[in-house]
Write a protein that binds this ligand. Structure first.
Ligand code: SAH
Length: 347
């Protein structure tokens, strides 16, 4: 099946031209698609055109909300999205003072197999297309009562399931689609791309000139520790990741983020803090500490809150910018991939 949200406005115009439709049709269709409407709901598009699209195997909607869980504590919404082939991915809508951030998935599963993450438990099933990744944003915007004049999703983070740079072409196309002015118009500055550090793909990404916030999942500054929890480190070690972050800063002058999930007894020791400090000191970055979310199948435990603050204190004292991320939606569950794993098991 071909998905119409995979098309940019330009591409829709070409398709409509090939159908000998007037050019305003493309924009009409585009607006409907970005509102999340299926063919039946597109009242301003002729039946003949819709029939032709269906007959030629086009789908208008690629992502549907299968389930949603709303946190009573802070309004966070966890989504289970279903794709047209029955696969499931998850996303999360978090509410902040400055706007709403949607965390989305880029792959069904993941092949990075980090020792603490639920997304990689069963490997990679498939990549999402650009239009499917976009479909998550469209669905969440609609869920929250938004449209294209009143957009409810102001920020997007690529931190759900999957490794964005392992699905390079689709992710780059998605970034251009979600940024498009007549569409959801999410500014690059409001998008965070998180990577475990696929440096060759990252260097390609640098050349695209898409100035998103870059987030590197570091999780350890000592190679032996990082290799023990992130297999990718055997190819792209700590130094390569930090050098890449420097290149990003040099080119964009945007401060990069290092993600660091604190795992009890693994990467939260004094020597881990010391190694981290010596690696990043003086470099315009921010270390984002988060206490590891417990994933039953993985058997690693998060550092206690108290020890997390001790760790952050060490960084602060050394002049490294650091935050300890607060937990959101604690009552609705969720580290990456956990909800999906649970759903699949129970259904
Ligand atoms: N593959 C990308 C983006 C998806 S994961 C990446 O590696 O950056 C988003 C973030 O959540 C990453 O920093 C990842 O390491 C982290 N993460 C995964 N499982 C986690 C868990 N159980 N607890 C805390 N953070 C986790």
């Amino acid at each position: 099946m071909k998905l119409l949200t995979d098309f940019s406005l330009e591409e829709l115009k070409e398709l409509m031209a090939s159908y000998k439709e007037p050019s305003f049709r493309a924009e009409q269709l585009y607006l409907n698609l970005y509102m999340g409407k299926d063919f039946a709901e597109m009242t301003n598009v002729s039946k003949a055109l819709k029939d032709r699209l269906v007959a030629e195997g086009y789908a208008a909607v690629g992502v549907r909300i299968l389930e949603n869980y709303v946190s009573k504590l802070d309004g966070t919404v966890k989504f289970l999205f279903s794709l047209n082939d029955g696969n499931i991915v998850e996303g999360e809508l978090m509410r902040y003072k400055y706007g709403n951030t949607l965390c989305i998935s880029t792959q069904v599963g993941c092949r990075m197999n980090c020792a603490f993450c639920a997304s990689g438990l069963e490997g990679l099933k498939r990549n999402l297309t650009a239009g499917e990744i976009l479909g998550e944003v469209i669905a969440a915007n609609r869920f929250d009562g938004g449209d294209l004049t009143d957009r409810k999703i102001t920020n997007v983070v690529l931190m759900g399931s999957g490794e964005p740079l392992d699905n390079y072409d689709n992710v780059v196309k998605f970034l251009r689609l979600v940024n498009a002015e007549k569409g959801l118009n999410v500014s690059y500055r409001n998008i965070s791309l998180s990577t475990c550090g696929l440096i060759d793909a990252f260097d390609r990404f640098l050349e695209e000139d898409i100035p998103v916030t870059m987030t590197f999942s570091l999780h350890a500054a000592l190679d032996e520790v990082r290799s023990s929890i992130m297999p990718v480190n055997k190819k792209y070690g700590v130094e390569k990741v930090i050098d890449a972050a420097r290149r990003y800063f040099d080119r964009t002058k945007r401060r990069v983020v290092f993600e660091y999930s604190l795992i009890k007894g693994v990467n939260d020791r004094q020597e881990d803090a010391a190694a981290l400090i010596s690696r990043v000191k003086g470099f315009p970055c921010i270390v984002n500490l988060i206490v590891l979310n417990y994933v039953k199948e993985r058997g690693l435990t998060g550092t206690s809150r108290k020890d997390a603050y001790r760790f952050s204190g060490l960084l602060e004292k050394a002049g490294v910018a650091v935050t300890v991320r607060r937990t959101m939606g604690a009552d609705i569950e969720g580290a990456c991939g956990q909800l999906r794993a649970k759903y699949i098991k129970n259904n």
